[in-house]
Design a protein around this ligand. Structure first.
Ligand code: MSP
Length: 523
């Protein structure tokens, strides 16, 4: 661990299937993880942020077949779409793991061999039902009206030999683990859902697929006729990505202080399969698995057939990366479902970003340029109204870490906006343009403008995890050096960090004002 750090923090996103291009759902988890990673770095935690791609299994094999290309060539092509999107969105991941990389495959095979050697994996013949799109087996009683209980699609009858992990033996341990660690599954409604699920007997987990049915996977080390079940392979990325079995120092720095962000649809795999797999190899489960909600689009489920899939690249083209990041984090409480619409996006952009924040920023900087030739003035004695602004900043700074710990991103942004509003109100009430008329004594005008600039500096610092590009522009235009997200919240959050005598930069609008959408589809 770095000697000056407050501790370590490890955050992950799901690794995305490369069967398709990235959509708003993928961008959502990745942005949330990035915001938290950046916030923790700002707080002084040594942070490791991992994302990547899930490249094996039937879905990917089928997508490659449909395009008539080799699966690995397909993955190599698709992975670039994710990587370039993350660059455009300013995602600060420390590493990117692909499950087709040797460093990952080796760990999966070693874990399988170890479990097999210790009798935790056995072979058995399986008879039941199989859902091809979900790549999951179901028993007769699991089915809902004869269909897959997860996706409600057709299932096929299947009888074959496979390998099984003795997951069932961990049922009571898992229930106790969930009950005694109230931050293991968040939000708590999801925790109750899994505790409910665990009231029925837990079965062993089928972890292999015969090669005659699926070739695209990691070969089972003790039986070359089989490949590994894609979920057993994929979940292991969370430890192979930080050096499990190869770089023990890094691994023990970051495990088990981990938080996995996932969507609500992959809750069971992360809170039942994953902790029992870890238990099987003698590792402690991650600290938290947080399941967020799903986005609909203009009130409808997003689907290819409805042609309403929201492509993040198009959103970035229209609104810019920071406005997209802001919208995703501000619009819906993390954990709840939300609806994307261009009208809502434009509303947030115009009212919160262009108006409240952007106008305030350019108004204040323009006054410093007009009245002080761009030089940051020195403050003198504070009045009650100045003190009040300072108190609000202190309150906001004190509230934010707790809200971020709870992954209440929308509340954290609302809290920062309390400061934006208070600063707007302060400018209106102190009316620097009137003070400027009093030519003889400039001290009051100096104090008022200094207070306002200082408030904007702290706002830039707090917004850095959410909107890194905008925060950097604000920081530089306020005459500060470097990047706000490379600062430290404790040191730079205290009032008075702005140096009088330095020059501000002539501002350009932080956000453009957008026209209201032209038609009801918002396009
Ligand atoms: N490959 C697996 C994850 C393996 S993690 C060890 C997978 N990939 S995925 O690409 O299909 O989905 C990735 C994430 O996108 C999931 O967390 C899922 O919840 C999320 N979303 C997919 N559609 C979504 C919305 N419409 N809204 C929000 N998130 C959505 O599952």
């Amino acid at each position: 661990m770095h000697p000056n750090s407050k501790g370590t923090f490890y955050i992950t996103t799901p690794i995305y299937y490369v069967n398709d291009v990235p959509h708003i759902g993928h961008a959502y988890t990745t942005v949330a993880a990035d915001v938290l990673a950046r916030f923790k770095r700002l707080e002084g935690y040594q942070t490791f942020f991992l994302t990547g791609t899930d490249e094996h299994g039937q879905k990917v094999e089928k997508a490659a077949q449909e395009r008539g290309v080799d699966p690995k060539a397909h993955c190599d092509e698709m992975v670039k779409r994710f990587q370039s999107l993350w660059q455009r969105l300013n995602i600060s991941n420390n590493d990117f793991i692909r499950t087709t990389e040797d460093r990952h495959k080796k760990v999966v095979q070693r874990i399988l061999q170890d479990l097999y050697d210790r009798g935790e994996i056995y072979q058995d013949s399986y008879e039941g039902w199989y859902c091809v799109p979900c790549e999951r087996f179901w028993t007769e009683k699991d089915l809902m009206e004869g269909k897959c209980p997860d996706c409600l699609r057709e299932v096929v009858a299947l009888s074959e030999k496979n390998y099984f992990f003795r997951m069932s033996q961990y049922q009571s341990w898992l229930i106790e683990h969930i009950q005694t660690n109230d931050r293991f599954i968040l939000p708590s409604s999801r925790r109750n859902e899994i505790l409910g699920f665990l009231q029925s007997p837990l079965e062993d987990l089928c972890i292999s697929r015969p090669k005659k049915r699926l070739r695209w996977g990691i070969e089972i080390p003790f039986d070359p006729d089989y490949v590994t079940y894609v979920w057993f392979d994929a979940l292991i990325n969370y430890v192979s990505g930080i050096g499990y079995g190869s770089d023990q120092n890094t691994f023990s720095d970051f495990w088990p202080e981990a938080i996995h962000l996932i969507g609500k649809d992959i809750l069971t795999t992360h809170t039942v399969y994953w902790p029992t797999m870890l238990r099987g190899i003698g590792l402690t489960p991650p600290k938290t698995v947080f399941a967020h909600g799903w986005w609909t689009v203009e009130g409808k489920k997003m689907s290819k057939s409805l042609q309403n899939v929201v492509e993040p690249n198009r959103l970035i083209d229209t609104y810019g990366p920071d406005a997209v990041r802001y919208f995703l984090m501000r619009e819906v409480p993390f954990g709840m479902d939300g609806d994307f619409s261009h009208a809502a996006m434009i509303h947030r952009m115009n009212s919160d970003l262009a108006n409240d924040l952007g106008n305030l920023f350019s108004r204040v900087l323009s006054m410093v340029i007009r009245y002080f030739d761009g030089t940051i003035p020195s403050p003198s004695s504070l009045k009650e109204i100045d003190q009040r602004l300072l108190e609000i900043a202190r309150k906001v700074l004190a509230q934010l870490p707790g809200q971020m710990n709870d992954l209440a991103f929308n509340k954290a942004l609302a809290t920062v906006w309390e400061m934006v509003s208070a600063t707007n109100k302060y400018v209106d009430e102190t009316a620097p343009w009137s003070l400027a008329k009093e030519e003889k004594d400039r001290s009051r005008l100096s104090t008022v403008l200094y207070q306002t600039l200082e408030s904007l500096r702290i706002i830039a610092l707090l917004l850095a995890p959410f909107m890194p590009t905008t925060a950097e522009r604000m920081w530089v235009e306020l005459g500060m050096e470097g990047n706000p997200w490379e600062r430290n919240l404790d040191q730079d959050g205290s009032w008075g960090g702005l140096a009088p005598g330095r020059k501000v930069v002539k501002p350009t609008p932080l956000f453009p004002r957008m026209e209201a959408p032209k038609n009801e589809k918002g396009i």
